[in-house]
Design a protein around this ligand. Structure first.
Ligand code: ADE
Length: 232
């Protein structure tokens, strides 16, 4: 891999990486700052996309068109949907789906994008395997899971909302960007992987848990990405 695009939705999510990166140039597109940098001898483009699927998809397209990245890694935090997940645990994307895509009135299952060949976007198997093997040597007290990432333009904070995601699309965790990045990567034929660490349980007190654990969760996903960069 020659040029690696790294997307975090919020500055907290890429802060641990940015501290270690040596930035050589910055460029602004769509009001987003793209940091060309060296990190563990790899050329990376670091960017904070902003929150939500549209911001994430547009940011991904800029990384592909303007920077010619060979692959994209999305790091950050997520709410737990799969019961076995605890705060700090990491989910590596097997694939990603938009849990708020709903044309069920026409008989489509939730998550299905009408008239598209794919709606569950598969992560690159090489990047997934690398993330898994790097997960084994993590110093953080985080368990590593591989599963589906469910994204939507909603902060999930009810037991019912969380249950719906499990029942409809079987997402391991809920966040707000991954599947949009995956969608854009699929259309451009660019390999991707999403690494998310759990900041909350996506239930009624999720906002409080999120505030408390966002930093530690971001640190965990960042540490895994650092290990991957050393081996890419
Ligand atoms: N990111 C972190 N926690 C989340 C949640 N509960 N819902 C959506 N995105 C999140």
């Amino acid at each position: 891999m020659h040029k690696i695009g790294i997307i975090g939705a919020m500055k907290e999510e890429i802060a641990p990486l940015q501290q270690k990166a040596v930035t050589t140039q910055t460029q602004t597109f769509l009001g987003l700052t793209f940091y060309k940098a060296m990190l563990y001898d790899k050329e990376v483009i670091l960017v904070v996309s902003g929150i939500g699927k549209v911001n994430a998809a547009l940011c991904t397209q800029v990384l592909i068109d303007r920077f010619g990245v060979d692959c994209i890694i999305n790091v950050g935090v997520a709410g737990a949907v799969y019961q076995k997940l605890s705060i700090g645990d990491i989910v590596i994307s097997e694939d990603a789906v938009q849990h708020d895509m709903d044309t069920s009135v026409f008989g489509d299952p939730i998550g299905i994008i009408p008239r598209m060949k794919e709606s569950y976007f598969k992560a690159d198997q090489h990047l997934v395997a690398l993330a898994k093997s790097c997960g084994e040597s993590l110093t953080a007290k985080a368990r590593i899971f591989t599963g589906r990432i469910a994204s939507g333009d909603q902060f999930i904070s009810t037991a019912e909302g969380k249950q719906k995601i499990w029942d409809t699309v079987q997402g391991y965790c809920a966040e707000m960007e991954g599947a949009a990045i995956a969608h854009a990567c699929y259309l451009n034929d660019i390999p991707f992987v999403i690494i998310r660490s759990i900041s909350d349980d996506a239930e009624e007190k999720a906002n409080i848990s999120y505030e408390k654990f966002v930093e530690i969760a971001a640190k965990n996903s960042g540490e895994l990405l650092e290990k991957m960069l050393q081996q890419l």
